[in-house]
Design a binder for this molecule. Structure first.
Ligand SMILES: Nc1nc2c(ncn2[C@@H]2O[C@H](COP(=O)(O)OP(=O)(O)OP(=O)(O)O)[C@@H](O)[C@H]2O)c(=O)[nH]1
Ligand SMILES: [Mg+2]
Length: 395
């Protein structure tokens, strides 16, 4: 199993329901501010805890949805944004569930977001039905300071693919296979370490007892003269050179295409990428970068290289907007003719899918970095082939 990024769990509910108290009991730390004054938590607050079998998870405390103070609308808007960033929602209420819980449940259902309810302050109020509108209700009291019932409910409801992917190679690589990872150590490589997709690919190979051979581009030709690997996985930026060195009979793909299956929506990217050829003079393209790396002005992938590849391929001049981190998407999405999503190694799949959903609703085709580079360099069919084959069961 490959570990993905830390799953995010949001705690939602009305003011004073005991959301912050519950986070304190769950994490065993008394750090969230708790008080009888409604509206104590005003901004989302994150806390990390370890769950056995899952690993570290991020808990997000939110402001009460029924905040009617002057800043209430801003606070509740923030709370709703958090719904787009989590893999699981926990809806906390005291006494009885009502309209706010109904609204939260509807927002979760709209997003296909798993959720369960916690009937808190059980010490004060009688138990309610264990199922409410088809959702599980866990009886709880923060006074008991015993987190086991909540942890068990989280494990029951947290989707397995929020923290692990059984096989990033989709069954294409088997035990004993040799897989070459092409990792250029150049100016854009981080100092003294590998990046997360490279580490996760190596771990994925170890998990299935396949052999990972790490090479720099210049060493590839010499190695291939003596070996025939099952697969070559390269950094997308080295596609052109690597595809000219790897024989046509050896399957080739990139880290970002590999991870688009577990971190994005492979099929959406696959069918959207040809939209590049329909781009016209002056069209707007949205580059979606989900982290905040320091920008190297000369050769930044999202700001310089991808725009240059796209303009060269289409032969027209395009306008580019870059969105970093998890900043909200622009309002006028339908003014974009294409969006290009990064590999998303610093964010969760749920966060990427929430963005993709809005782009799909606005009918904007969405590609990703790896597929866009492959399209522009004429090797799209080749580098997506292994997953088309395993999807069609041909291999
Ligand atoms: N008796 C009892 N009191 C509780 C329980 N959980 C929380 N409280 C109390 O309820 C009050 C509100 O708790 P908070 O954890 O601050 O509630 P919250 O949902 O975070 O509230 P806001 O941040 O204002 O939205 C505090 O006085 C807590 O001590 C419980 O299980 N039983
Ligand atoms: Mg609170």
């Amino acid at each position: 199993m490959v570990k993905l990024n830390r799953p995010h769990i949001g705690i939602f509910g009305r003011m004073n329901a005991g959301k912050s108290s519950l986070i304190n009991v769950l994490s065993g730390q008394d750090t969230a501010v708790v008080s009888a004054v409604p509206g104590t938590t005003t901004d989302p607050v994150k806390k990390i805890m370890e769950i056995l079998g899952v690993g570290p998870v991020t808990l997000i405390d939110t402001a009460g949805l029924d905040d009617t103070s002057e800043l209430g609308p801003q606070r509740t808007a923030k709370t709703r944004q958090i719904l787009d960033q989590v893999n699981l929602a926990v809806i906390v209420f005291a006494q009885e569930p009502g309209v706010y819980e109904q609204e939260l449940a509807a927002l979760c259902k709209q997003r296909a977001l798993p959720f369960f309810l916690v009937h808190n302050k059980r010490d004060l109020y009688p138990a309610v039905q264990p199922v409410w509108n088809g959702a599980e209700v866990v009886e709880f009291s923060c006074l008991e300071k015993e987190n086991a019932p909540l942890v068990e409910a989280i494990i029951r409801h947290l989707p397995h693919n929020a923290y692990s992917a059984d096989d990033i190679f989709g069954g294409f690589v088997k035990a004993g296979d040799e897989v070459v990872l092409v990792i250029p150590i150049d100016a854009s490589a981080p100092q003294g370490r590998l990046i997360l997709p490279q580490v996760q690919t190596l771990r994925g190979l170890l998990d299935i007892h396949a052999r990972g051979i790490c090479l720099q581009p210049a060493e590839l030709g010499g190695w291939l003269a003596k070996h025939t690997p099952r697969l070559v996985v390269t950094d997308s930026q080295a596609f052109q050179y690597v595809s000219s060195v790897v024989p046509a009979s050896v399957p080739l793909t990139s880290f970002s295409i590999l991870f688009s299956r577990v971190k994005g929506d492979f099929d959406l990217f696959l069918k959207s990428t040809p939209a590049i050829d329909r781009l016209q003079e002056g069209d707007k393209v949205l580059i979606l970068e989900s982290c905040s790396h320091s920008v190297n002005k000369c050769d930044d992938i999202g700001r310089v290289k991808i725009p240059a590849w796209l303009q060269k391929k289409t032969g027209v001049s395009l306008q580019f907007d870059v969105l970093s981190n998890l900043d909200p998407l622009p309002c006028a999405l339908d003014s974009y003719k294409l969006a290009v999503q990064c590999g998303g190694c610093m964010v969760t799949r749920a966060q990427i899918l929430a963005r993709l959903r809005r782009l799909q609703e606005a009918l904007v085709p969405v590609s990703n970095y790896g597929m866009t580079i492959a399209w522009c360099t004429g090797i799209f069919e080749r580098v997506t082939e292994i997953f088309r084959r395993s999807v069609n069961g041909e291999d």
